[in-house]
Design a binder for this molecule. Structure first.
Ligand code: SAM
Length: 232
């Protein structure tokens, strides 16, 4: 008996705000696969309606992963392709896509990346901080373990990148200042959206600013090494 060929898992990057940033190839893939797994199907419907994509959507998120992964693997094992998208940006960067990629590899399924926007890279290149070496730290734990994680990167000779929610931004900036010292830094907020903003300064200046001006929207924090050559 001939072995059935497996489907391909496509990781399709989607915009981080501005719908115009969707790639041509990403749209082609989303149109051509029989099923798209999305983190939040309501969110993804906005993208689908903007580009008149009618492919069926199935939800896949952190808390339904135990029941969903076997179903999605069955789909792929039956020779059908699947595209995976998350709420924004590149699937797998601080979102649940990683687990499904691991599982697909276990099943010897071909995983294909369709590159596109990611908040961390968009923020890094516009920050003015060195881009030759950087460490992506993702989200810090909200409560316990933050100090330990920050201390681990203290000696790094690289720009350090964090994702952060707006209501924790000022508190995090203060904690970075207390542990890392008054380094050059930047906060990139609402990238690609109407109220896009990049503020540059030292950690204490940025803390003072955001303590007074409560921010809204999504943020990336970038911190330089202790380097007298970077002035803002
Ligand atoms: N996979 C996404 C990527 O490739 O960037 C990241 C997903 S993570 C769940 C969401 C976080 O990314 C937000 O909390 C924020 O820190 C950052 N982010 C997403 N969109 C952003 C934007 N337009 N401007 C600034 N930061 C953004």
């Amino acid at each position: 008996m001939l072995k059935e060929e497996k489907g391909i898992l496509y990781l399709v990057s989607t915009p981080i705000g501005n719908l115009g940033d969707m790639t041509h190839r990403g749209i082609e893939i989303l149109n051509s696969v029989p099923l798209v797994a999305a983190e939040d199907t309501r969110q993804s419907r906005k993208l689908f309606s903007h580009y008149s994509i009618t492919t069926p959507l199935i939800s896949y998120f952190e808390h339904n992963r135990f029941s969903r992964i076997p179903r999605l693997m069955e789909h792929l094992n039956h020779g059908k392709d699947l595209a995976l998208i998350t709420d924004a940006g590149t699937p797998g960067i601080s979102d649940p896509a990683y687990r499904i990629v691991r599982e697909a590899i276990e099943h010897s399924i071909n995983v294909v990346s369709i590159p596109g926007p990611s908040a961390m890279l968009a923020a890094l290149v516009a920050s003015g901080l060195p881009t030759d070496r950087f460490i992506f730290e993702g989200f810090l734990p909200p409560k316990k373990g933050r100090k330990k994680r920050i201390e681990k990167v203290k000696g790094a000779e690289a720009t350090i990148i964090y994702y952060e929610s707006p209501h924790r931004l000022a508190r995090s900036l203060r904690q970075f200042y207390e542990i890392l010292g008054d380094r050059p830094a930047a906060v990139a907020r609402e990238l690609t959206k109407i109220h896009e903003e990049i503020k540059r300064g030292t950690l204490s200046e940025l803390f003072a600013y955001y303590d007074q001006n409560k921010p809204k929207g999504e943020c990336v924090i970038l911190i330089g090494k202790n380097d007298e050559n970077v002035y803002f």
